[in-house]
Design a protein around this ligand. Sequence first.
Ligand code: NAD
Length: 484
Amino acid sequence: MVSRVIPVDPFDLIIFGGTGDLARLKILPGLFRRFASGQMPPEARVIGAARSEMDSAGYREMIHASICEFLPEKQRREGDLGKFLERLEYVRVDATGTDGWADLKTLVRSEVTKAYYFSVGPSLFGAIAERLHGNGIAGPKCRMVVEKPFGHDLGSAQALNETLARFFDEAQIYRIDHYLGKETVQNLMAVRFGNVLFEPLWNAQFIDHVQITVAETVSVGGRGAYYDKSGAMRDMIQNHLMQLLCLTAMEPPSKFDPDAVRDEKLKVIRALDPVPAENIVRGQYAAGDGVASYREHAENPESRTESFIAMKLHIANWRWNGTPFYLRTGKCLKNRLSEIVVRFKEPPHSIFEADAGRNANELAIRLQPNEGMDLNVTIKEPGPGGMRLMEVPLDMTFADALGASGDAVPDAYERLVMDVIRGDQTLFMRGDEVEAAWAWTDPIIEGWTARGDAPKLYEPGSVGPEEALMLMHRDGRRWRDLKA
Ligand code: NAD
């Protein structure tokens, strides 16, 4: 695979929360990979801004240690790493006070592209925006990258949007959902709109159903008390799974342009039907398999927060009338796996013997592990024995098919940060999209709260509660196995 270097203007990337986990684990290792592959201009700088008392030399040491810990050895040549670290600066800034802002102002360069990454809790967004504006270091050409969670409900998301809008234009705001930075997710658009094969079949006439799964093996662990205030619906469905649903279900945009794509995604969210209680299964992991129970992790013996959710959704428009979308996500499950599965209908009439077997095509888009796609097609079982049918996968694992080592597939964060520098908002959520997603989510949560529904318990290391399997079985369908 030929790696194409797209020129990028010199930039200052200022990371608020530059000493936090997200910066150390994801953002800076990702940027280093871009630097090592020659995609960061020599004049580019990264400025860590956080509360800790430290100087630039100390910050470089900290990031050196993180990169060595989180990137495999073959991805970090010492020479490159040394040069990358020279690009780093650090400034101690109090987001809610006055300390450090004058130092930051001295440090940032007026003539280059500036991106401010808000890698801090949302309670600090307003304070930082106000101070950037007040210190005159965030003019109309600057970009703001905003992390999740973007609100807790519609009201808080609207308040956040209003706060940001007081200081910046929508065109400057990059609300990040790292699922959109995944290679496969973008490939979903390439497959749908870059081929004639799929789009004519991409509708209720030919698609039986779609399933979207994001399964994690980890528990909520030490984040339990924080997670308990959100749950799987807010933490995963409202944002990540909703974005995957939108890209799967949207109409073809007129061009690959930020507003054209986001307009189409917004229409999908607005077309979602309310979800009746019988189409929602909430679960909570019990103790087992050496794992403490969710309630113990959450430090809340009465907790009714879900660590698992499965739902059946309907999109009320011409394209999808009658084709359900099943979503599921959870912690402490059997395997770590994220995929979108498009299950086509069976051929309307079989010309083969009744016992020959009858299959439907299935397109699986894997986000992790082994980013790639496979398409199941029906062929004749080889050898004697008459005409018997079998399903075989046409497999396209990106790392194999493109002759690339897995390292050449960019990580979601590195791609998205570079998109910010280029000024491309296509893979970022617009304010109205986020609000529409909350407007759909809120009544669902209000519904189960008012009913006092308790989540069903499930065993750690399982596929979730039995009721989630029934959600599909009662429709004569089944989830794909959660195989690694
Ligand atoms: P963290 O707690 O590890 O780091 C917080 C950072 O904010 C630190 O650098 C700290 O110095 C800085 N900070 C806190 N208060 C400050 C203040 N008053 N002034 C200046 N700096 C201050 O958090 P994190 O895990 O890096 O996450 C950051 C944000 O990103 C959070 O909003 C989180 O929800 C979101 N997020 C994190 C992840 C992840 O994988 N860690 C994933 C998605 C989203």
